[in-house]
Design a protein around this ligand. Sequence first.
Ligand code: CP3
Length: 355
Amino acid sequence: SGPSGAPSPSPAESPLVKRLAGRGAEVADAPPSVWFMRQAGRSLPEYKQVRGTTGMLESCLIPEMAAEITLQPVRRHKVDAGIFFSDIMTPLKIAGLGVHIEPGIGPVFEEPISSEADIRALPPVDDVIRAALDPIREAVRITVEELGSTPLIGFCGAPFTVASYMVEGRPSRDHLTTRSLMTREPELWAHLAEWVANLSGEFLRAQVEAGASAVQLFDSWAGSLSERVYREHVLPHSERTLGFVADLDVPRTHFGVGTGHMLPAIADAGATCVGVDHRIELSEAIDLLPGHLAVQGNIDPSVLFSSEEVRFAEAKRVVEQGRAAAGQVVNLGHGVPPTTDPQVLTDLVAHIHSL
Ligand code: CP3
């Protein structure tokens, strides 16, 4: 209950969650809703202090630490949602794969998973793995309790983006090895993608069962595929991942970078909301998508390093264009860059709430 003793409104009934579900009309009078991808992390001094020398993926498995880092940007910026502090690689670590996050680089694997033998030897996604997700459930429970009426967004990585790191072994510009595996050995690719779909799906479901009010599927690198290849080799697996929470009544955002050429396919994976990056006008994206869907985005992260005048004009553009959708949540077109001045984000949130 709230400070007055009155029950706090449920996060599931918040304007942000309704908007993500495409029910924006019900909350048309509420101020715009906003959060930022990568709002937790290196742009915040309090994050660096709490993380200290703990490895990125190790910190995700310490429930109190993950909860505290999730809450930091909500307290500081007054954003309308927390995004669970974790990583798209966390389930792979839980499944026992040799992966770590190299600061300034990204996910790096001790041994890339690319031969038939490697792929066939992946551990089963079973009760052992479901039990090993307990630190995630615990972190979500602590976070949700602290957030009160503010919703928590759970997330996971989509099969293509996660598998591309596994196959390439580290961040890659063109995902060439992964894309050639898809066409050269489609059956082997499907086996790998389905394994990731199940693992990411269990990770996502654990977060919702523990109290997350919405989910986001990150297929950051899907934009490197043609719509045809995406529909044939990737979409069914992403659909499978979102299927793990289909019975739980939470809105589902599906996000990728550079997906302007294939937005209807992104929507087809089972999304209620499509994440739009800054490479396309939001109004154009809305025209391409089915009318019942919500949109999220698409402030160009580069304006965080521009003048306040430019930044506020960009926010106005996004809010105005987004009014045409069944629901709109303001966000950046991609994650907060680590060199962002946190005060710029705090002021931007206040400004967006005033629009
Ligand atoms: O605020 C949030 O968004 C919280 C949670 C979050 C993280 N990673 C924390 C993180 C989320 C949703 C992610 C998703 C993620 N992780 C994606 C998809 C989104 C995107 O940005 O496209 C991807 C591709 C990854 C893989 C990954 N993890 C990369 C590329 C990096 C950056 C490496 C670097 O140092 O530049 C990470 C590390 C990571 N994930 C950090 C954080 C806060 C930085 C860790 C640190 O402090 O060094």
